[in-house]
Design a protein around this ligand. Structure first.
Ligand SMILES: Nc1ncnc2c1ncn2[C@@H]1O[C@H](COP(=O)(O)OP(=O)(O)O)[C@@H](O)[C@H]1O
Ligand SMILES: [Mg+2]
Length: 415
């Protein structure tokens, strides 16, 4: 019998095939990208499903995949050190073992062939780590397509030395000697501006033009999220849910449909269901909210709580503003968007009154707080959350008090 932890796995790096939810265009865009012959780049916020996406697609296409972790590179202060690591881990023999027949099969031009014969005299330990690794990949992959993934780009994003090292790696790929190995590079990470970065700061436009950026991986659609919940609770765990629509739409709402967060939340709820003989009741959602807030969003909770704890007369308005912020759907929003929601949600206490949202929002933002929940956009005319977790936290944490226009927090101290 399956247990919650076999089904809901927020931090699993290996794909659980029975839980994988297809993401439509994202998979086909990646497939097309792999056929384009260009190097590729996938971006999206943490937990959006990038790693599962490429692993699933590459597996389906039977493409061999090799993964270098840029977080390790960051720790080691060198990307080549990470390649060295990988080579050591796979305990490569000293000699590459390239054979004449393999060379022939690759169908490479004569010039490259000459290069290779030259190459072949190298011991792998004498090659640059990057080339040694490419050579290893090609050897293991034989004639098959092979992809080298550089995952967690965000880990080196603030380190200009590592970013130049990455630029060198990409530039080298075009060098005949490296291109010979025919390994596609797939860069995976959070920032979406790699091309711009190289175009602007390093005058490496040609490098940037060798990378094809795939569309952002972000939240799931409502249908995908519902399917994930259904697959986990009903098909796999075989639980009963008293009000499926209510439970499903609540999860979809508080988690903002981010795959990792959906799994986290569902795990909490599944444990409650397990304690309840495999029955999920919508009345358990409050408890699941508390458990999830405590375990996964505790630091965000503390920040929001501190912003509510003010004793001035505007406390009611400020709490209403926080609640309204949770309802914002846009990534970037203006104070007028928040005001519209606030007036809609709290009509009795706002009618005919000026609300001064610009001031309240600025009080919650970077200019006034060390740990702001919102920050101004670069242009300065709108805001976004300083961390997407705040939106989820506000949604799970704040409640309207019935019959009044005030807002209360869901306590988690007893959890
Ligand atoms: N397509 C999917 N279907 C079901 N669950 C998914 C899917 N993609 C991701 N997940 C869940 O989200 C978690 C985080 O995904 P991951 O690919 O590691 O995100 P990222 O690499 O963007 O940080 C995974 O461990 C898994 O639990
Ligand atoms: Mg990942």
């Amino acid at each position: 019998m399956l247990k919650p932890e076999n089904v809901f796995t927020p931090r699993a790096s290996d794909v659980n095939e029975s839980m994988y939810i297809d993401r439509g265009d994202l998979e086909s865009d990646l497939e097309k990208g792999l056929r384009s012959g260009m190097h590729l780049m996938i971006y999206g916020e943490s937990g959006s499903g990038k790693t599962w996406l490429y692993k699933r697609v590459l597996k389906k296409l039977n493409i061999k995949v090799y993964i270098a972790n840029l977080a390790n590179a960051s720790r080691l202060k060198s990307i080549n050190a990470e390649f060295e690591n990988l080579i050591k881990r796979e305990q490569l023999p000293k000699k590459t073992g390239f054979t004449e027949s393999k060379k022939g099969q690759l169908g490479i031009p004569a010039t490259a062939n000459a290069e290779l014969s030259h190459q072949n005299q190298y011991m792998i330990g004498e090659m640059e780590p990057f080339e040694a690794y490419l050579s290893h990949i090609r050897e293991v992959a034989g004639q098959e397509k092979a992809v080298l993934v550089l995952d967690n780009l965000e880990a080196i994003w603030s380190d200009s030395n590592l970013l130049s090292e990455l630029a060198n790696v990409i530039t080298l790929l075009d060098d005949e000697r490296y291109a010979f190995y025919k390994v596609t590079i797939l860069i995976v990470g959070v920032p979406g501006d790699l091309r711009k970065y190289y175009q602007k700061t390093q005058n490496l436009a040609t490098v940037a033009n060798r990378i094809r950026e795939l569309p952002e991986v972000s939240r799931m659609t409502i249908e995908q999220c519902a399917k994930l919940i259904h697959t986990g609770f009903i098909s796999l765990l075989k639980y009963e849910i008293d009000d499926y629509n209510k439970v499903s739409s609540h999860i979809s709402w508080v988690t903002d449909r981010l795959p990792q967060r959906i799994h986290e939340y569902c795990w909490e709820l599944a444990i409650l269901g397990e304690e309840n003989q495999g029955k999920i009741e919508s009345s358990q959602l409050n408890r699941a909210d508390q458990l999830w807030l405590k375990r996964s969003l505790a630091s965000n909770y503390t920040v929001v709580e501190s912003m509510m704890n003010e004793r001035d007369t505007k406390v009611g308005r400020r709490n209403q503003t926080l609640y309204s912020l949770g309802l914002v759907e846009k990534e970037e929003f203006k104070w007028s968007d928040v005001e519209e929601i606030l007036r809609r949600e709290f009509p009795d206490s706002t009618q005919g009154l000026a609300l001064n949202l610009p001031q309240i929002l600025s009080g919650l933002s970077a200019s006034e707080h060390k740990t702001p929940i919102i920050k101004r956009s670069p242009k300065g005319d709108s805001y976004c959350f300083s961390d997407p977790k705040y939106r989820m936290c506000l949604r799970a944490m704040l409640r309207k008090v019935s019959d009044s226009d005030s807002v209360d927090k869901l306590p988690i101290s007893d959890v």
